[in-house]
Design a protein around this ligand. Structure first.
Ligand SMILES: [Zn+2]
Length: 376
């Protein structure tokens, strides 16, 4: 009687089974990868559609409220007009575009003049001869009621052309920003969406031409009186929006951006400096800025300057006066997110610049230049 139990597989059987297993496993992995790719493409398409839909909706609801001028009409009522909390935390999308943060432009220097590197300095420098025009160009220009913008910068790009734009919408496709501000803005608003789950935010505007400023001012003056217009809407030439460095934020419920409208909006105020932006017209600086509190108006100034302004609690007017005390021989130093910077001011057009370090130079739109050096 054959008591031998079940058939024991021989080496050939084992090999065949192993091969079949490997083929099955490979096929499974391939199918899984294809599914993941399809899923990612689908999510991307849905996010785009969502933003487009919101954009179109906003274009309708915002027809009346798309400018600073309109806000002036609404006055203080706009804040509580609608306490909006649209609960859509829509799909914490796996996509993430936090990559590009502020791209600081640094003006190219072609001067060959060999400067004498002072031993006392943190870095070697050479003398760069700037032009008078360049005083009125760059990311740190002061544009306010006393300081007119001369429209000499040539750095506007369309926000709609920025490929990573997905977590926020634009009031219209014509919105332009200065290039360094545009990429920083994109990272800022995408991260806001990513971190808070809020899709409520959109950029109402950016660059504003002299003609637009004229139109807004005249309309506001007609509707609210000249004094009111002066407080909220700058005359042509004196609006910071001319620089392309500033933008007003709105919410889809049709009101200007304000933390009071949604707790999540606090994230914007707490993190603006991370991306080089500051709330330009704070409530407690109205006597200096001479502009009414604007919870929605953000201005790009670069990361180290924004961090410094927050630390010192200075508005731009104060900070630009403060930095004048620091020269190339005695620069102001600040650490922002692990990077050390030396910042100094030079009056006039003869500016010491680093010979072998990254730096950004900007006119102050008054009498001189600010140099921001990235230290090793
Ligand atoms: Zn504004």
């Amino acid at each position: 009687m054959n008591t031998s139990p079940t058939h024991r597989p021989g080496p050939a059987d084992l090999k065949r089974r192993r091969t079949i297993f490997y083929i099955a496993a490979s096929a499974f992995i391939v199918v899984a990868l294809v599914l993941i790719v399809v899923l990612v493409i689908e999510i991307r398409a849905r996010v785009r559609d969502e933003v487009e839909t919101r954009l179109q909706n906003s274009a309708q609801t915002q027809q009346e409220g798309s400018t600073d001028g309109t806000l002036a009409q609404n006055g203080e009522t706009s804040g509580d007009a609608s306490a909006n909390t649209s609960g859509e935390t829509s799909a914490e999308s796996s996509e993430q575009n936090s990559g590009e943060s502020s791209a600081e432009s640094s003006s190219e220097s072609s001067s060959e003049s060999s400067g004498e590197a002072s031993a006392a300095r943190l870095f070697a420098t050479k003398t760069e001869q700037m032009s008078e025009d360049e005083i009125h160009k760059g990311i740190l220009q002061l544009v306010n009621k006393q300081h007119e913008y001369l429209f000499l910068d040539d750095w506007l790009i369309y926000m709609a052309d920025i490929e990573t734009r997905w977590g926020y919408a634009l009031n219209d496709y014509e919105i332009q920003m200065a290039e360094p501000a545009a990429y920083a803005m994109d990272a800022f608003l995408n991260d806001f969406c990513e971190e808070t789950g809020s899709w409520d935010l959109y950029m109402m505007n950016g660059f504003r031409s002299a003609e637009e400023a004229d139109w807004l001012f005249n309309r506001s003056a007609e509707q609210n009186g000249y004094e009111h217009a002066l407080m909220y809407v700058m005359r042509a030439g004196f609006s910071e929006h001319h620089t392309g460095l500033a933008s007003d934020f709105g919410l889809f419920s049709g009101v200007y951006f304000d933390a009071e409208n949604d707790d999540r909006n606090n994230w914007i105020y707490e993190h603006a400096a991370d991306y080089g932006f500051v709330l330009r017209y704070p409530e407690d600086k109205v006597d200096i800025t001479e502009i009414g509190y604007e919870s929605w108006h953000f201005r790009y100034v670069s990361v180290p300057v924004a961090v410094s302004m927050v630390q010192l609690d200075y508005c731009l007017e104060e900070w630009l006066a403060f930095i004048q005390d620091y020269s190339v021989d005695n620069p102001y130093q600040i650490n922002a997110y692990g990077t050390n910077y030396a910042i100094y001011y030079t009056k006039g057009t003869s500016v010491e610049i680093p010979t072998d370090m990254d730096y950004t130079i900007s006119g102050d739109n008054m009498e001189g230049f600010i140099v921001i050096v990235t230290l090793p």
